[in-house]
Write a protein that binds this ligand. Structure first.
Ligand SMILES: [Zn+2]
Length: 288
């Protein structure tokens, strides 16, 4: 008796599964945007810019590999086991740190050559630089983004043995004479959006070097990248840059909600042109 009942239940289950499967196959699920009148932007949702479009799956404008190509990323790694990679430190990236070189005479390829030849040194000391070299993951100028370190290795670009070096990609933007700053910012935003997508990093984990404190250094929080900060701190210019990254991120992952803006930073956005005509300091210096 029990066996018969089980057989009958099994048959019912099999039939209902078949019905479900055939209905899925014959009429594919389509996403129909709800009438806009049903959605309203209120409070925090409106402040984050998450309108109804974020709730409905959208088709990406481009693929991540298209964005990668647009950024013109070239791989030119520091030799394994040499210079800044003599003692490799494993990294699981969860932040992206944006810098500017403050070097007014070298572009991305020149920085790459210097890194490969171990020419960029840092003073090794307990609690400070750990390797005796300066290293980071990418250098960007108006025509190329050059990669120097694998994504799973730490650099020496932010805060010595702090979380900025332990968990973040370091991206340096070039400032040499003749370099187009607007194009450099655009390329950096594309690279950053692609890295966010590759490593599932949220937008509020994209930070200026200023974000990380450098113990034992005065000032502890560096004015870097100086042309994206307001009075040495993240403000309207930084927010403008974050919006640019968000725009590129949306082009490859429009439905993702895994990002939010810095609520503490200014909401008014400056014109792009005000960033392009930044003053050129007379000093020549290198990072950190
Ligand atoms: Zn920096």
């Amino acid at each position: 008796m029990k066996g018969l009942r089980e057989k009958w239940l099994y048959t019912c289950y099999a039939i209902s599964t078949l019905v479900m499967l055939s209905s899925c196959g014959s009429s594919p699920v389509t996403y129909v945007p709800a009438p806009s009148s049903e959605y309203h932007e209120y409070g925090a949702t409106a402040a984050l810019g998450l309108n109804q479009q974020a709730l409905v799956p959208e088709t990406p404008a481009k693929t991540p590999s298209q964005l990668y190509k647009e950024a013109n990323i070239q791989v030119d790694l520091i030799p394994k086991g040499r210079h800044g990679r003599q003692v490799p430190r494993y990294m699981r990236p969860s932040y992206i740190t944006i810098h500017s070189t403050q070097n007014y005479s070298a572009g991305a390829w020149q920085h790459s050559k210097a890194l490969r030849n171990g020419k960029l040194r840092g003073k090794k000391r307990p609690g400070g630089n750990r390797t005796g070299y300066l290293t980071w993951h990418y250098t960007v100028d108006d025509s190329v983004a050059v990669q120097h370190l694998p994504h799973n290795e730490q650099g020496e670009h932010a805060d010595f043995d702090g979380p900025g070096n332990n968990y973040s990609f370091g991206i340096e933007m070039c400032e040499h004479y003749g370099n187009n700053r607007e194009a450099t910012l655009e390329r950096t935003a594309k690279l950053t959006a692609w890295l966010m997508h590759e490593h599932n990093i949220p937008l509020n984990h994209v930070v200026p070097h200023h974000h990380w404190g450098r113990k034992g250094v005065d000032p502890e929080h560096k004015n870097c990248p100086h042309f994206l900060l307001d009075n040495g701190r993240p403000g309207a210019k930084w927010q403008w840059f974050i919006s640019k990254i968000e725009q590129h991120y949306r082009s490859i992952a429009p439905s993702s909600l895994r990002y939010s803006r810095f609520p503490q930073y200014a909401s008014s956005l400056p014109e792009a042109s005000s960033l392009v005509r930044a003053a050129r300091p007379s000093v020549t210096a290198t990072e950190i």
